[in-house]
Design a protein around this ligand. Structure first.
Ligand SMILES: [Zn+2]
Ligand SMILES: [Zn+2]
Length: 272
């Protein structure tokens, strides 16, 4: 690290009951010289969960921002951090899902909020009702149990975070059980890897200062579409420019992508 980080020696509160501080601490220590401390009281699940027991009322970005502010308030720090995952079907509902993991970092003293997300395709086993021990075993093997925990829905209710095969098979002996993977960070090894990757990207971004006002967190804020078709020159829906911006002032910078023309297969004019 060259110049001193704007966050050197500070503590960043992370809103989590799912051990996410372990994913963020190394990158924040190395790039920013900052400590990451988890909340103990903040009820992150109250803001919405994957398992549908609490409906999501906020967008993922608003939910993450609320958790980040709540974390800073709980620990009395100037900065707070939280992440929020969303999963949506790709390709008309078949095959892989799109997993977007979004981190929001707030700095109450600087009055700024940085969002940084990553999107990737992931395979998530669909929910399935099992009626026998052998069906249950097959499902568990498929999801990567017990490192990947499961959620069990029965007539009596829902149990999250199951990593004990004996307990699960006891449920199955009492009747049909609907199973799905538990996607919370401490129950899902794939998501923890994604969080670590996101932690390095976010920490690196927070070392980048705005050329206009010096605020940390300059980085990707959007794209400009309209990459010209390689055959006819018509503007396509493909990305022409990436836009970097400041979390606090209107400063923007455009970056060209290495590809200067679009594949004619993506062109509406060439494929009427
Ligand atoms: Zn700025
Ligand atoms: Zn064309």
């Amino acid at each position: 690290m060259g110049a001193r980080s704007p966050f050197d020696g500070t503590t960043v509160a992370i809103g989590t009951v799912h051990g996410k501080e372990a994913a963020f601490a190394p990158a924040f220590r190395r790039w920013l010289g900052a400590w990451v401390a988890p909340t103990v009281a903040l009820d992150t699940d109250a803001l919405g969960t994957f398992t549908r027991d609490v409906p999501r009322l906020l967008t993922p970005e608003e939910a993450a921002a609320a958790k980040a502010r709540g974390a800073a308030a709980e620990l009395g720090t100037a900065t707070g951090l939280a992440t929020e995952a969303s999963y949506s079907p790709a390709l008309g509902g078949f095959g892989p899902m799109v997993h977007e993991e979004l981190a929001v970092f707030v700095d109450l003293e600087r009055g700024m909020r940085v969002r940084h997300g990553i999107r990737q395709h992931v395979h998530i086993a669909p929910r399935r009702t099992v009626r026998s021990e052998s069906e249950a075993q097959r499902y568990l093997q498929r999801v990567g149990f017990p490192a990947q925990a499961v959620v069990a829905h029965t007539d009596e209710g829902m149990r999250k975070g199951i990593q004990d095969a004996t307990a699960l098979l006891a449920l199955v002996r009492r009747g049909p059980v609907e199973l799905e993977p538990d996607l919370r960070a401490h129950m899902n090894p794939g998501r923890r890897r994604t969080l670590r990757r996101l932690s390095w990207l976010l920490a690196a971004r927070l070392t980048r200062l705005c050329p206009g006002c010096g605020c940390p967190g300059f980085g990707p804020v959007g794209v400009v579409r309209g990459l010209p078709c390689g055959a006819c020159g018509n503007a396509t829906s493909q990305v022409r420019l990436d836009v970097d911006g400041c979390p606090r002032c209107p400063e923007r910078q455009e970056r060209r992508r290495p590809v200067e023309v679009a594949d004619p297969a993506a062109c509406d004019a060439c494929n009427p």
